[in-house]
Design a protein around this ligand. Structure first.
Ligand code: SF4
Ligand code: SF4
Length: 286
């Protein structure tokens, strides 16, 4: 199948969980009617809770791990030496393969002189996708799995072939491998920060990542207050772009906790997200 024209991708990220990434993503999605919402927080996807979903389809995500044919194995341990991820060991003359540590690189299979290793496919999670409005996708990692990166990779592939011209990607928290994969091909990032010293620390870490990935961004300050606001002060001092401020308001927090998309019911908040969507369209020249 030929690949459609490249999508514009906006990623919403923050240095830690609980900052309001999903709140920002779903409210922005609510005012951008032509977008696709993609929740890549594969360990704890919760964006779909905001929507009435009846038609989500599932797709299994698999990776390969090596499978041993004991009859062909002579114990040379070339495979163990080839594995850079400590996913293999010889214990009591027996080759042990630790599926959860395997990165599916295939080096062991290539290194084995006796063709004693082949590929075995195991499930690491699944992708869910709605076909009709609202158009959303999310990934879910199976409990106990070490890495959700293959699930995020698959979500990225699906974004490329989706029909929408814009994807709003709700990134995993932190700055680890899954976040870096979620940021792949990102055209613009919204960095969500909370106005506290912890928030400032996390924002600085995330800025380092964005600079490293060479992705342009704007800062959205969630739970904004004029008093004692180290994030705002730092942004001013460093001349960083603050593109939106969501005021601190218990009513907003309460509605959000109830799974209500606040932009659908509160005019002031809706206007903030409409303004944000226009800023993004300008950044993306949409
Ligand atoms: S496929 Fe790669 S990571 Fe997995 S066990 Fe083999 S060498 Fe190690
Ligand atoms: S390299 Fe092949 S033959 Fe040697 S120990 Fe590993 S699986 Fe067995």
């Amino acid at each position: 199948m030929s690949e459609q024209k490249p999508k514009r991708k906006v990623s919403v990220l923050s240095g830690k969980g609980g900052t309001g990434k999903t709140f920002v993503s779903v409210n922005l999605f609510a005012v951008m009617t032509d977008a696709l919402y993609v929740d890549t927080d594969i360990e704890e996807p919760n964006g779909f809770f905001y929507f009435d979903i009846e038609d989500a389809e599932s797709e299994d995500v698999t990776i390969f791990v090596p499978k041993l044919n004991e009859k062909k194995c002579d114990g040379t341990q070339a495979c163990v030496n080839a594995c850079k991820f400590n996913a293999m060991a010889f214990i009591d003359d027996e080759l042990m393969i630790f599926d959860d540590l395997c990165h599916s690189c295939g080096a062991c299979i290539y290194a084995c002189p006796n063709d004693a290793l082949s590929k075995k496919y195991i499930s690491v999670g699944e992708i869910k996708e709605t076909r009709n409005n609202p158009r959303i996708m999310w990934g879910e990692m199976k409990p106990g799995k070490e890495s959700g990166v293959p699930i995020v990779e698959r979500l990225n592939e699906k974004i490329k072939t989706s029909g929408e011209s814009l994807a709003i990607v709700d990134s995993p928290p932190g700055i680890g491998c899954a976040v870096i994969e979620a940021m792949r091909d990102t055209d613009y990032a919204i960095l969500v920060a909370e106005p506290s010293l912890f928030g400032l620390h996390n924002m600085k870490m995330t800025i380092k990542l964005l600079d490293y990935l060479d992705v342009s961004y704007g800062i959205l300050i969630n739970k904004y207050t004029d008093e004692d606001n180290p994030v705002s002060d730092y942004a001013k001092q460093e001349k960083l772009p603050v593109i939106a401020k969501i005021p601190y308001d218990r009513t907003i927090a309460k509605m959000n906790a109830q799974g209500i998309i606040v932009a659908d019911v509160d005019k002031k908040i809706r206007q903030i997200f409409v303004d944000l969507s226009e800023t993004i369209r300008e950044e993306l020249t949409l």
